[in-house]
Design a protein around this ligand. Structure first.
Ligand SMILES: C[S@@+](CC[C@H](N)C(=O)[O-])C[C@H]1O[C@@H](n2cnc3c(N)ncnc32)[C@H](O)[C@@H]1O
Length: 385
């Protein structure tokens, strides 16, 4: 028989269909898509299968890039790989399109790589980012006996050479003092995913209203809440429902009455104009596809004379297109990092004044792209009075 002339993309599609062509694997994907389980043990509880069989199925799904696993301590949390699914939708649509009804089915389009159009789509980026942090929050919500100890929980540890040097391992040395963290439970410190300590540099005053962009499990909100005291208040905004759920559970545990968590996107803040004294954020703005929109929203909600103190990941130079198109690297604070000068210029364009860099340090990194380096930058800026 003549060998089939399949492109690598076609072969990948065949691999995906082969992985899906098993009812149990299909069911596992449905369970993961509904976010009813994340670790292998949870799947075993839901499905009539032995642990070893579930592991085998997960391996096939992973090889086909249909699911991705994030290692945290002794467990791996699996979730649907949004990049593959977005690409798959396009490929299948192209495969079954009626060429007579649609003349866009050209040679050029057939050879377009699976990821290019979908991976730079802001919605696909947000879905990938949110899926990653939802998985992270769910890990924290698993039974307490499997939670890491508070002192090393802040150090998520990279899963691969490229895995999250910025958002996870950097947390070990990002500037929190032991006395700041004293009294915070592991369900807060264990999901600290920032790259700096904005509260430590923001000179938070009693009575102030503070807004945290991308509050995650709430660590910076709880630190700010101590400083604003009972006359002040802190609002955390995060787009990932699981993170908001975790943060609210943490607030209940800490009886933090001056803190609230709202579900929302930092590009469309669920906050009234001119009502905030201080905006903080820790390793989040880089994850937003449109940084200009974020800074304009921050400007809108700050009162005149209000300030921002934001820690974020920036790059030593422009991140190359090949990395920017990798959806998996968006969630790891790599693909969306602006170079330092563009970051500061974007703040200026949004109307901010007195922009100063308060802290800057290198972040550990895998082999990204030649001399490309990632930095943690903590910047302060004011909305003119
Ligand atoms: C790297 S974690 C940092 C969490 C927290 N600031 C900390 O220091 O632990 C990023 C968080 O930002 C949230 N996030 C990312 N992009 C967002 C967006 N566009 N709008 C709202 N939240 C976002 C994610 O859901 C996640 O909880």
């Amino acid at each position: 028989m003549k060998p089939l002339d399949l492109t690598p993309d076609d072969e990948r599609l065949v691999q995906v269909f082969r992985a899906l062509g098993n009812p149990m694997r299909f069911r596992i994907l449905q369970v993961l898509a509904a976010q009813r389980a994340c670790i292998c043990g949870d799947l075993v509880d839901l499905l009539p299968l032995a642990q070893s069989t579930v592991s085998e199925h997960l391996k096939v799904l992973k090889t086909a890039d249909l699911v991705q696993g994030t290692i945290a301590g002794p467990t791996t949390c699996y979730c649907i790989a949004p990049a593959t699914l977005a690409g798959l939708r396009d490929r299948v649509a192209r495969l079954f399109r009626d060429p007579a009804a649609d003349d866009r089915c050209s040679d050029h389009e057939r050879s377009t790589p699976m990821t290019s159009s979908s991976s730079t789509d802001p919605n696909a980026i947000k879905a990938a980012v949110s899926a990653r942090y939802a998985a992270r929050a769910r890990q924290q919500l698993i039974p307490p006996e499997t939670l890491p100890l508070a002192q090393d929980a802040a150090c998520c540890g990279p899963a691969t050479a490229l895995e999250a040097p910025a958002c996870s391992s950097g947390t070990c040395g990002i500037g929190y003092r032991a006395e700041d963290l004293a009294g915070l439970p592991a369900s807060v410190t264990g999901v600290s995913l920032g790259c700096g300590n904005p509260v430590g540099l923001a000179e938070v005053q009693p009575g102030e209203t503070v807004l945290d962009l991308g509050s995650g499990g709430g660590i910076d909100c709880f630190l700010a809440a101590r400083r604003v005291g009972p006359a002040g208040r802190v609002i955390g905004v995060d787009m990932t429902p699981e993170m908001v759920r975790l943060a609210r559970a943490n607030a209940r545990q800490l009886a933090a009455e001056n803190v609230e968590f709202r579900l929302g996107e930092i590009e469309h803040l669920p906050v009234d104009p001119g009502t905030v004294d201080l905006v903080i954020s820790n390793c989040v703005v880089n994850l937003a596809p449109d940084k200009g929109a974020v800074f304009r929203e921050v400007y809108r909600v700050l009162r005149p004379g209000g300030r921002l103190v934001i820690a974020d990941t920036v790059a030593s130079r422009s991140v190359p297109a090949a990395l920017r198109e990798r959806l998996d690297l968006w969630g790891q604070c790599i693909s969306g990092a602006l170079d330092r000068e563009t970051y500061l210029a974007t703040l200026r364009e949004a109307g901010f004044a007195r922009i100063e860099v308060l802290a800057e340090h290198d972040l550990a990194r895998g082999d990204l792209d030649g001399d490309l380096a990632l930095l943690s930058l903590t910047v302060r800026a004011c909305k003119p009075a």
